[in-house]
Design a protein around this ligand. Structure first.
Ligand code: PRX
Length: 648
C-alpha cells in the first residue's frame, strides 16, 4: 500500500462484518460484468407489489438521456419502511429523537411510526393531496418531518423538502418551480437554544406574487411560539391528525414514479430540483446503508445530517427504515449546550454508528483534544464522513478522539444527484487511507478524464465521471430534462459528469480533490457562486460581484466576495454589514459571506470575462504565481486587489 498511513481493516471487525475483502471483490466484479443479474438479485431486498421483469434500461446518449430501473415493477416506499417490519419488529424502536434541549427525547417504535404515518397520510388526503401532487416540507428536525415524508410516499405525493436554513425567497422559488399546493411547516424550530421562525418564513414566502399554487399550510406545533394565522389557509397538524382514520393502504407506485424532488445548487442559474424515483432509489439507499455502515441487527445508527439534505433523505429516513434499523434523529447542534454534545448523545443512546461531516469534526477539533469531556463513546464501532473532502488531520483526530482509535471511518463520496453513496470504503473489506474515499460501491464505475474527455489510466488526476448508471441515480431535473442533459451528460458525452475532480493512486484508491466547476462547498453545504452573485447584484448599491471559495480552517471553504459599487457609493463597514444581511435574506444564513472586498475593478479579459482563477488565488492569499495576466484588459487592477485583500 502506498501513501502515508494505512489503517488495515481491524481483524475483529472483519470477522463479524457483512462484507470482507474476498466478498467485495467477487460482488464488485459481478456487479459490473452482469448488472442485470446483480441488481435483479439485490432488488429483492425491497418488497415489490408487482415484481419487475426488466432490470436496467438506461441511455447516457447526449441526445436521449433516459434512465430507468425495474420499470415495470410496482412498490410503495413507505410500506417498505414500515408495514413489512410490523410483524417482525413492531415493538422495536425505529426513531430515537434527541431534542435540541438535552432533556427532551422520544423513542418511536415501528408500530407507532406506522400509525403516525397512516394517520397523517389520511389527513393529507383530507386536505386534497392526491397522487402526483408536490408537497413542500419546511421543517425542523422533529419526528413529524420524517412522518410527513413517509406520509407523502404512502399516498404517492412527491415531497420537496426545503432545508430550514433557507430564506423566504428561496422557499418561494422552490414552491414556484414545483407547483406545490401544500406546505408543511412548524411554528418554529429550535437550534442551539434559539428559536428559528419557520412559519414566519413560510408566511413571507407566500406573499411573493409569483407563488400562486399554495392552498394549504399545515403547521406542526413545536415550540408553541407566537405566529400569525391565516384562517383560510393555515391548519394545525394536530387538528387534522387527530381527526384522521388509522388505516391507510399504501398506494402502489410504479418504480419510475417520482418519490421526491430535492433542490441543489449548480454552477449556473437557479437551484435545480433533482427528480428521484421510487424503485431504484429504495434499492440503492437501503443496500448502501446496510453495507457501507455494516448495519447489523440491533445497531443504533446516528446520521447527524438534516432531513433537508440528500444525506438526511437517504441515510436518516429511507435507507435505515427500509432496513428496519434504529435511526437517531437529532434536532440540535454539536456545540449546544456544550461541545461534548456528540459524545453525550452517543453515550446516552449507546450509538454504534456515527455519520457526520468533516466541518463538524474540524469545529470540535478547534476546541481542543479534551472537547469530549467525560464522555466514553465506547458503544461506537464505526464512524462515517460525508459532504466534503476530509483532511487527513481531521480524519486522524476523528479516529482518535471520537472513535477512541478503534473505529474504522467510512469516507463516503456522493451527491444529491447520485441518491446514495458511490465511492466509499466498506469497513470490513477496505483498508483505509485518511483523506481517501477509496473504492467504488457495487455497480459503480468511476473513471478519470482529461479536458478533452479522454479516459486516463493508472495513477492520475482528472475529471471524475461515471461510465454507467446505478439504481439510485436522479432521473431528471424537475420540469427541465434538457437542463439535466446539458448539466451532466454533455461535458463528456456518454458519461455522467460529477463536477468533481479526483486523483487515483497506485492502489486504485480515489482521492476527491473538490469541485472543478463554479460550485463551492461551505461547511458541507453546496452553493453556486453564480447564485450568490446574482443575489448580490440585485442590491441597489452593487454594480458587479464575483464570488469565489477560499480555504477555511473549519468550513472547508469560506465565501469570498469581490464587489464593485455603483458610482458615488461609499464603501464602508455599514454597507458591508448591509450586504451580508442582504445575502442572508435573499438565499439564507447558510450563504452568509465570510469576507467582502470592495474592488473598484475586477480582472477581466478583453472580451469581458471575469478571470476567476486570479480571484481565487488572491482570496487564498496566494499572490505569487498568479500566472499569465497579460490577457487582461487592465492588468493594473490585480495590484489593487492584492493590496486590499482580506485573507492574510
Ligand atoms: O464535491 C463533492 C462533495 O459534495 C458534493 C455534493 O454535494 P451535495 O449534493 O450537497 O451532497 C452532499 C452529500 C452527499 C460533491 O460533488 N462531497 C460529498 N461527499 C464528499 C465530497 N467531497 C469529498 N469527499 C466526500 N466524501
Amino acid at each position: 500500500m502506498s501513501e502515508q498511513q494505512v489503517y488495515p481493516v481491524p481483524a475483529a471487525f472483519a470477522e463479524h462484518a457483512l462484507i470482507n475483502k474476498d466478498k467485495y471483490q467477487a460482488m464488485y466484479e459481478q456487479s459490473v460484468k452482469d448488472p442485470d443479474g446483480f441488481w435483479g438479485e439485490h432488488a429483492q431486498r425491497i418488497d415489490w407489489i408487482k415484481p419487475f421483469s426488466t432490470v436496467k434500461n438506461v441511455s447516457f446518449d447526449t441526445h436521449n438521456v433516459d434512465i430507468k430501473w425495474f420499470e415495470d415493477g410496482t412498490l410503495n416506499a413507505s410500506a417498505n419502511c414500515l408495514d413489512r417490519h410490523l410483524e417482525t419488529r413492531g415493538d422495536q424502536v425505529a426513531i430515537i429523537w434527541e431534542g435540541d434541549n438535552p432533556e427532551q427525547d422520544e423513542k418511536i417504535t415501528y408500530r407507532d411510526l406506522y400509525t403516525r404515518v397512516c394517520k397523517f397520510a389520511n389527513a393529507l388526503k383530507g386536505q386534497g393531496v392526491r397522487k402526483g401532487d408536490v408537497v413542500t416540507i419546511y421543517m425542523p428536525m422533529i419526528p413529524e418531518a420524517a412522518v410527513a415524508m413517509l406520509a407523502c410516499a404512502r399516498i404517492g405525493a412527491v415531497h420537496s423538502v426545503v432545508f430550514g436554513g433557507f430564506s423566504p425567497d428561496a422557499i418561494a422559488g422552490r414552491i414556484v418551480n414545483s407547483d406545490s399546493r401544500i406546505v408543511i411547516t412548524s411554528d418554529q424550530g429550535r437550534r442551539g437554544g434559539k428559536a428559528v421562525p419557520l412559519k414566519e418564513n413560510v408566511d413571507e414566502a407566500l406573499t411573493n406574487p409569483d407563488v400562486k399554487t399554495v392552498e394549504k399550510v399545515v403547521v406542526v406545533q413545536c415550540t408553541g411560539g407566537d405566529i400569525a394565522w391565516h384562517e383560510h389557509r393555515d391548519v394545525w397538524y394536530h387538528d387534522i391528525y387527530e381527526a384522521a382514520a388509522e388505516e391507510c393502504p399504501p398506494e402502489p407506485m410504479s418504480a419510475e414514479d417520482p418519490l421526491f424532488i430535492l433542490y441543489t445548487s449548480g454552477s449556473t442559474g437557479a437551484p435545480k430540483g433533482l427528480k428521484h424515483t421510487t424503485g431504484g432509489y429504495m434499492v440503492y439507499a437501503s443496500m448502501t446503508h446496510q453495507y457501507v455502515f455494516d448495519y447489523q441487527e440491533g445497531d443504533v445508527y446516528w446520521c447527524t445530517a438534516d432531513v433537508g439534505w440528500i444525506t438526511g433523505h437517504s441515510y436518516i429516513v429511507y435507507g435505515p427504515l427500509a432496513n428496519g434499523a434504529t435511526t437517531l434523529m437529532f434536532e440540535g447542534v454539536p456545540s449546544y449546550p456544550s461541545h461534548s454534545r456528540f459524545g453525550d448523545v452517543v453515550d446516552k443512546h449507546n450509538v454504534n454508528i456515527l455519520y457526520t461531516a468533516p466541518t463538524a469534526v474540524r469545529a470540535l477539533m478547534a476546541q481542543g483534544d479534551d472537547v469530549m469531556g467525560d464522555t466514553k463513546r465506547t458503544s461506537l464501532r464505526l464512524l462515517g464522513s460525508v459532504g466534503e473532502p476530509i483532511n487527513p488531520e481531521a480524519w486522524t483526530w476523528y479516529h482518535e478522539k471520537i472513535g477512541n482509535g478503534e473505529c474504522p471511518i467510512v469516507d463516503t463520496w456522493w451527491q444529491t444527484e447520485t441518491g446514495g453513496i458511490l465511492i466509499t470504503p466498506l469497513p470490513g473489506a477496505t483498508d483505509l487511507k485518511p483523506g481517501s474515499a477509496t473504492l467504488p460501491f457495487f455497480g459503480v464505475q468511476p473513471a478519470l478524464v482529461d479536458a478533452q474527455g479522454v479516459e486516463l489510466e493508472g495513477a492520475v488526476e482528472g475529471g471524475l465521471v461515471l461510465l454507467d448508471s446505478w439504481p439510485g441515480q436522479a432521473r431528471s431535473i424537475w420540469g427541465d430534462h434538457e437542463r439535466f442533459i446539458q448539466t451532466y451528460f454533455s461535458t463528456y458525452p456518454g458519461t455522467y459528469f460529477t463536477g468533481d475532480g479526483a486523483r487515483r493512486d497506485e492502489d486504485g484508491y480515489y482521492w476527491i480533490t473538490g469541485r472543478v466547476d463554479d460550485v463551492i462547498n461551505v461547511s458541507g453545504h453546496r452553493m453556486g457562486t453564480a447564485e450568490i452573485e446574482s443575489a448580490m447584484v440585485a442590491h441597489k448599491d452593487v454594480a458587479e460581484a464575483a464570488v469565489v471559495g477560499y480555504p477555511h480552517d473549519i468550513k472547508g471553504q469560506g465565501i469570498y466576495i469581490y464587489i464593485t459599487l455603483n458610482d458615488g457609493i461609499e464603501a464602508d463597514d455599514d454597507l458591508r454589514k448591509d450586504l451580508v444581511k442582504w445575502v442572508r435574506k435573499e438565499i439564507g444564513p447558510i450563504a452568509t459571506p465570510d469576507l467582502i472586498q470592495f474592488a473598484p475593478g475586477l480582472p477581466k479579459t478583453r472580451s469581458g470575462k471575469i478571470m476567476r482563477r486570479i480571484l481565487r488565488k488572491i482570496a487564498a492569499n496566494e499572490c505569487d504565481g498568479l500566472g499569465d495576466t497579460s490577457t487582461l484588459a487592465d492588468p493594473g487592477v490585480v495590484d489593487n486587489l492584492i493590496d486590499d485583500r482580506l485573507n492574510r
